[in-house]
Design a protein around this ligand. Structure first.
Ligand code: PLP
Length: 401
């Protein structure tokens, strides 16, 4: 059976052309970019080309791009780096209740260090209200961090409006654009963004490499100290093949962005309409139109999300619940809860996220399979549901993607 990968928000398949671009940097171009000899310059050239490509994708300049180990590190560096660099100006930060744990857990850490964080609520579609943001800004607010698009429900935030408010108030604006980069138009100048996080494995690049955009002149304290790599902001010998892979992946995605976004949007809409019309008791999570071109997220009455994911997997279709762990109430998705959903509504969720390599044929197979799986699960007594056994065996994963 051909397997279908509909979990592209968790990660994506590395594009063959990206792999090809990376390979020489494992082989003949293995030099340390800091070395003076030609091996070093070759590696350095690879990095600088990637820097230009990453900058171009978001309307930045190459000097404003710093390579990291991924989205999590970029988010940590943005928040902790700004908090400590601007400590004399204030200790208050603003974020939203639907951010990724890379942001929320960093905020909790900063709170334990004596900083104060305001968590803005969202409406039933997951949107932050810019007027509510205006009301919580204080004299000592130094940073606003609001994600460009949500990883679970796909809702796209009004980042340009939020950025303008931040700029007018003299506050730094960070956006976690890990899910958004290459899937929607981002321009750091138009959107008044001062810091932005991205991660290569979300756009058909390798895992373990990302970048932080840092507006020129913006203060940031590094989180680690060492050699002077990445101009001291992120010391450590660079992951050259990974960085080259990020560059090639972003180049490929951006060169074809309009067509890919259009394709993904039509597949997404077919998934949404087909799922809602073929399964009774199905509701869409997230905003209907202000959502990522590749994201569909549902909740089904009388369904356990984890059981659904496992049964779809058995049929060769990889999806996710969208929540970290849908069994055992303590792990209910904070994003679904923030929409105002009840505990039991959060448990029956399914996230279908598309990628450049998916096809309409795969969408059709999903739409034929899903109603059968739902029917089967609804016919089962709760004790027969597969996921319960799995959770009790301790295999429940708590990692958020
Ligand atoms: N932020 C968002 C919105 C994400 O979706 C993810 C990963 O799923 C991250 C941050 C973390 O990125 P990484 O896996 O590269 O650390």
């Amino acid at each position: 059976m051909e397997r279908i990968f509909f979990d592209n928000s968790s990660t994506t398949q590395v594009d063959e052309r990206v792999l090809e671009a990376m390979l020489p940097y494992f082989r003949s171009r293995f030099g340390n970019p800091s070395s003076l000899h030609s091996f070093g310059s070759e590696a350095q050239d690879g990095i600088e080309k990637a820097r230009e490509l990453a900058a171009k994708a978001i309307g930045a300049t190459p000097e404003e791009i710093f390579f990291t180990s991924g989205g999590t590190e970029s988010d940590n560096l943005a928040l902790q780096g700004t908090a400590y660099a601007r400590i004399e100006e204030g200790r208050h930060m603003i974020t939203s209740s639907v951010e990724h744990h890379a942001i929320l857990h960093t905020c909790e850490f900063l709170e334990r260090q004596g900083f104060e964080v305001t968590y803005l609520p969202v409406d039933k579609d997951g949107l932050v209200d810019p007027d509510a943001l205006l009301k919580v800004i204080r004299k000592d607010t130094v940073l606003i961090s609001i994600m460009a698009a949500n990883n679970e429900i796909g809702t796209i935030q009004p980042i340009e409006e939020i950025g303008r408010i931040a700029r007018d108030s003299g506050i730094a604006f960070h956006t976690d654009a890990v899910q958004a980069v290459t899937k929607m138009d981002i321009d750091v100048d138009r959107d008044f963004i001062d810091l932005l996080s991205m991660s290569a494995h979300k756009f058909h690049g390798p895992k373990g490499v990302g970048a932080l955009y840092l507006r020129k002149g913006h203060k940031l304290r590094p989180m680690s100290y060492g050699g002077g790599q990445e101009r001291g902001i992120r010391p450590s010998t660079e992951n050259v093949p990974g960085i080259v892979g990020l560059g090639e992946a972003i180049r490929l995605s951006m060169s074809d962005m309009e067509r890919t976004v259009e394709n993904m949007t039509s597949m997404r809409d077919k998934v949404i309409e087909g799922t809602i019309s073929s399964v009774e008791g199905c509701h869409l999570n997230g905003h209907r139109t202000k959502r990522l071109c590749n994201n569909a997220n549902f909740r089904f009455d009388r369904i356990d999300g984890e059981a659904l994911v496992l049964n779809l997997d058995y049929e060769g279709i990889a999806t996710s619940t969208g929540s970290a762990c849908s069994s055992r109430s303590s792990e209910t998705s904070h994003v679904l809860k923030a929409l105002g959903l009840e505990e039991k509504e959060c448990k029956g969720s399914l996230r279908v996220t598309l990628g450049r390599m998916n096809t309409m044929g795969e969408v059709e197979r999903y739409l034929t399979t899903l109603p059968q799986v739902i029917k089967r699960l609804r016919g089962l007594a709760p004790s027969e549901v597969f996921s319960m056994e799995r959770s009790e065996a301790g295999t429940c994963r708590t990692t958020e993607r």
